[in-house]
Design a binder for this molecule. Structure first.
Ligand SMILES: Cc1cc2nc3c(=O)[nH]c(=O)nc-3n(C[C@H](O)[C@H](O)[C@H](O)COP(=O)(O)OP(=O)(O)OC[C@H]3O[C@@H](n4cnc5c(N)ncnc54)[C@H](O)[C@@H]3O)c2cc1C
Ligand SMILES: NC(=O)c1ccc[n+]([C@@H]2O[C@H](COP(=O)([O-])OP(=O)(O)OC[C@H]3O[C@@H](n4cnc5c(N)ncnc54)[C@H](OP(=O)(O)O)[C@@H]3O)[C@@H](O)[C@H]2O)c1
Length: 248
């Protein structure tokens, strides 16, 4: 099915750190979507229209937030990176994807695990009220290379300060030591037990739902480690604990 485009206008741009940025786009004709779904962003480049999927980092509303990393030799992101306030962008009008809470895993604790910009769908889920109605506790793990890449840190610490018994934010950095973060890859920290120690609970089939988003190598490694703990992939016909979104 061909994509239908609606006009968006950049209303704000924030660069968290070199090459890591958030665009807020006003696009009035986008159909309602659930936190965790994605839209396509596109630009006419030469004689082509180049577009890619992006998770929306905000709940449905007239303003859409996108958290993006510059892939230096990528086809689209160098152009998205150069956009500034007032510029136009094409936005697909129909949301897509099943990486949502309504297709989410069972369990009383929801683990939201991301590398890099894989954080985007979780920001939308946390800002919407739905996640708190569905789960008793939420543990968000954000794995990045360097402390400077911990975008949205203040907002996430704010959720934790307001509700410490129901929300834990666990940043991890793999290439430096950062004051707030565990040091190492998420998968290494799961293997060593440090991740569960910081969260104050274990991955258990009876109580843990897990959403994984971002780098595909992380998704594969984490899924194998969780399967070894007795968790299984969640499917509508055979409920389990693990739900995955692959970015590439
Ligand atoms: C469902 C879905 C949702 C997505 N949501 C987001 C999002 O919210 N934010 C976002 O930045 N990207 C997101 N992506 C990735 C995005 O669609 C593009 O692939 C990415 O922006 C690169 O586009 P490009 O044209 O510049 O690079 P391309 O020329 O298409 O090069 C692709 C290569 O870039 C690298 N790459 C792609 N995405 C990322 C990434 N996010 N982080 C690190 N390396 C990457 C990989 O090596 C990949 O092979 C999503 C992808 C999918 C499938
Ligand atoms: N500020 C930025 O983040 C930034 C800015 C500009 C451009 N870029 C470019 O964007 C691209 C992606 O960078 P990124 O840092 O966002 O994403 P990334 O390469 O996916 O790294 C994010 C995190 O995932 C970890 N990881 C990788 N493989 C894993 C695995 N198998 N299991 C568990 N964890 C794993 C990384 O650890 P390791 O450190 O061990 O790899 C890192 O902690 C790169 O081309 C980069 O040069 C990034």
């Amino acid at each position: 099915m061909s994509l239908q485009w609606t006009r968006g206008t950049i209303v704000s741009r924030r660069e968290w750190y070199d090459g890591l940025f958030t665009l807020r786009v006003e696009a009035l004709d986008v159909l309602p979507f659930e936190p965790g779904q994605f839209l396509q962003l596109g630009l006419p480049l030469g004689d082509k229209h180049v577009h890619r999927p992006y998770s929306v980092a905000s709940p449905h509303g007239s303003c859409l937030e996108f958290f993006i990393v510059l892939v230096p030799d990528g086809e689209l992101t160098p152009h998205l990176y150069r956009l500034s306030v007032g510029d136009q962008i094409d936005v697909s009008d129909k949301p897509a994807g099943r990486f949502t809470l309504s297709h989410g895993p069972l369990g009383s604790t929801l683990w939201l695990i991301a590398t890099g910009t894989g954080l985007a769908p979780y920001i939308a889920m946390l800002r919407s009220g739905q996640v708190w109605k569905q789960y008793e506790r939420v543990v968000l793990v954000h794995g990045v290379r360097y402390g400077n890449d911990l975008a949205y840190r203040e907002e996430l610490e704010g959720f934790q300060d307001r509700n410490p018994s129901r929300f834990a934010y666990i940043p991890t950095t793999s290439r430096d030591d950062h004051f707030h973060a565990l040091t190492g890859r998420i998968s290494t920290l799961l293997d060593s037990g440090e991740l569960e120690d910081r969260a104050g609970e274990r991955f258990e089939a009876e109580r843990s739902g897990v959403m994984l988003c971002g780098n595909p190598a992380m998704l594969d490694e984490m899924e194998q480690l969780l399967i070894a703990r007795g968790l299984t992939r969640h499917r509508s016909k055979s409920p389990g604990q693990i739900v995955v979104e692959r970015y590439w």
